[in-house]
Write a protein that binds this ligand. Sequence first.
Ligand code: AMP
Ligand code: GLY
Length: 428
Amino acid sequence: MNILIIGSGGREHALAWKMAQSHQCDQIFIAPGNPGTANIGTNLNIQTNDFSSLKNAALENAIEMIVVGPEDPLVNGIYDYFAADEQTMHINVIGPSKEAAQLEGSKAFSKHFMQRHGIPTASYAEFTVSNYTEGIEYIKAHPLPIVLKADGLAAGKGVIIAFTHQEALASFEEMIQNKQFGEASSKVVIEQFLEGIEVSVFALTDGINYQIIGHAKDYKRIGEGDTGLNTGGMGCVSPVPFMDDAFMNKVETQIIKPTINGLQSENLVYKGFVFFGLMNCGGQPYVIEYNCRLGDPETEVILPRLQTDLVSLLAAADNGTLEDVNIDYQEASFATVMAVSGGYPGDYKKGFVISGLAEAENVIGTLVFQAGTAFKGTDIVTNGGRVLTTTAQGKHLQDAVINAQKALSCIQFDGMYFRKDIGYEFKS
Ligand code: AMP
Ligand code: GLY
């Protein structure tokens, strides 16, 4: 079958790499893709929210399956757009309906959902301009630190962890009165700070059944030792040492099952990936957030670790046979390390020539996934904050990290930076 992947990051490069291995896959198209995906399939110069052009491309290229990488098109209703059109309703679009995508698109929606289904999460309250003064009182009486979240999508920047009441009040004012994140912060969720270690767990669901397809620990801060500003993710390891059977059992019974049952009981149409952003608080899992897509760079470790054919798995989610699929993982540990532009996540320059890609790809057992890259003549140049990632495996987690760094050391561009401590807390 012909497959269309929507997006242009390392996640979409990893999806294309994995799906191309399937005997069920004929041609792969990526919209808009990047120079890395161009080596695997055909890039289409269409933006991720241009649904009518995506529809035309899908019809022209006899697409039978669409995998949506980023959240934006899902929250904007791409699933419903294809499902409602007679010409495209036969296409297996992997992603939730617009309504169900609110699990990621609205923090308040997801908190209400968790509350209705008894899913462990931080305690919270929500405020708008109409109960603004109550919000001020709520913050003043709240123990520190305080977590403030813009309700809507804010490109990963909508969460503020305030360590003083003054800071929390200033952020609250910025978000609601000064519309710091536009409409997205017209409502603010204020919640309890959860102390623990984060882990991302990924399931694929057809809205009734589910399969866990992997988990990973993402390193989100720019600086070593988890310091400095938040980023989209600087590296990942999988599997995570504390994800033993006892903890996974709690995750499944207390979080995954009630979530899938909740979707079903509320008639929320969901055929796609569920990303459970969890906090392990002393052995008890809590949901920090839901995302309605795969993570980036989590995908760059979970797909190399997954042995099961991804195209068959996604077909099973469409034809009601998800329950019968066997999920197999490689024995090895996997790590991915992200190379970013100097200055990221603040301002950075683009257009620097990237050298050493072929050398890095020749390091045995290593994969290079491109993200913020572009063609410039015969060169590949930097074109974003997160530029590319190398994924490697090893017997132990630390071997995988060392191998990923070894591959990265072949690559150069002006201002290149990466964290050298991915997996640091699991050093034996
Ligand atoms: P998000 O944008 O929802 O992914 O949140 C960004 C980051 O903020 C998360 O990855 C966590 O590290 C942190 N965070 C969010 N909510 C909480 C919370 N309730 N307690 C502690 N940390 C949090
Ligand atoms: N790496 C975190 C995310 O994809 O949201």
